[in-house]
Design a binder for this molecule. Sequence first.
Ligand SMILES: NC(=O)c1ccc[n+]([C@@H]2O[C@H](COP(=O)([O-])OP(=O)(O)OC[C@H]3O[C@@H](n4cnc5c(N)ncnc54)[C@H](OP(=O)(O)O)[C@@H]3O)[C@@H](O)[C@H]2O)c1
Length: 431
Amino acid sequence: MRKINIGIIGFGTVGSGVVKILREKKAFLAAKTGIEINIKKICDKDLSSRRNVRVDKDLLTRDAKEIIDDTQIDILVELMGGIHPAKELITEAMRKGKNIVTANKALLAQSGQELFTLAAERGKSIYFEASVGAGIPIIKALREGLVANSFKSISGIVNGTSNFVLSQMSGNNCSFSEALSKAKRLGFAESDPSLDIDGIDSAHKLILLTYLAFGKFVNLKDIYIEGISQVSLADVNYAKELGYEIKLLAIAEREEDGLEVRVHPTFIPKNHLLASVSGMFNAIYVESDLAGDLLFYGPGAGQLAAASAVVSDLIDLTQDIKAGLFRPTMNVVPDKSIKRLCSIEDYQNRYYIRFMAVDKPGVLARVSGILAKYGISIASVTQKERSKSHVVPIVMVIHEAKEKNLRLALNMIDRQDIIKEKSVAIRIEEV
Ligand SMILES: NC(=O)c1ccc[n+]([C@@H]2O[C@H](COP(=O)([O-])OP(=O)(O)OC[C@H]3O[C@@H](n4cnc5c(N)ncnc54)[C@H](OP(=O)(O)O)[C@@H]3O)[C@@H](O)[C@H]2O)c1
């Protein structure tokens, strides 16, 4: 049986999961693939922590060069995370003839284009299934299963932490900070959760999905990103009353000659499949021309889920190596009909708006007068509560409006003496 050597850098959550699967399913995988995947070296900064898998001490090193310089190692599995030195190690490994498997969405979102180009020049592959949706095989689906399709849109709930927080707010009627504290307690949020909560992690994943679906590598700075920290329990509850759930969506959507790429809290109708994706689960909803509308759903994180995707990449690569094949990292073809990235200001849709206004006659007329001035028409208005403080929420759903006009209108409304807090606007997607 052909034996292929691999080296792993990063023996943490995912790295030890990969070792566990390769150990426990060694015979099963060999019988399925006809290849023995041999772990030749494992590198980590920390060799003293206990892992949930036993390994021979001789396999362990703190020195990544022992993997990079070993000519008998065919595949580098990078599971340390972060940008540096992961980028330098991957680059050096490719220069030394190795193929790469990684789960590092942050690195690929920042330097993917450069690394994919280097891989193509060197006739090497970079596989990264675990970088989006952990064990959900969305990368393989986009590049292989759906290869004949053109895509209208991709809408993903791709950050488990944010989804957990929003699900807690909606299901348990708790505030954002209560929900976030619970996520931290349960180990579903980092002590500094900003990458997740501020939508950056979702944007990293959106860059990879957009690249695969539309052939366009978008820079992080060109994505409109709004996180969930401003979502209040009041908005979550109004959403439910209006027949929606609030989800943090990462969206890439084709417009006439352009592409919208954005991450933001979104009202989704309760009966849409994405609305029922709760807790740490992820889902990616794909609108394609041939296969139709598809939903990919599963745990968005977790040791074995992510390791399952890494092992799948390893099997693909070992099959390529065995067959003497080179498959360019991604058979990505740029969609020439996409001429530009759309600005969020041109985004046109329905919105939920909440104003906090003084409770007196004529307020509604003033607010609606300003909206009308910017060509914005109201679909529905609710003002149920009365308040001793004389400040009450006015909740509106507006018909399709251009974001630029809405921003101008809200800016003017917020300067009125009848408005006591910054107004909230959340985009409504019928998806
Ligand atoms: N966890 C998940 O569910 C999941 C899902 C999908 C994708 N991913 C991605 O998978 C990657 C690994 O995540 P993880 O959760 O396994 O992280 P982790 O538990 O922190 O493991 C990373 C390991 O790499 C070590 N390391 C860091 N820098 C190193 C260096 N320069 N040389 C050698 N070892 C180094 C770390 O040591 P120290 O702890 O001492 O720094 C740690 O043991 C990340 O890119 C992450 O985004 C994770």
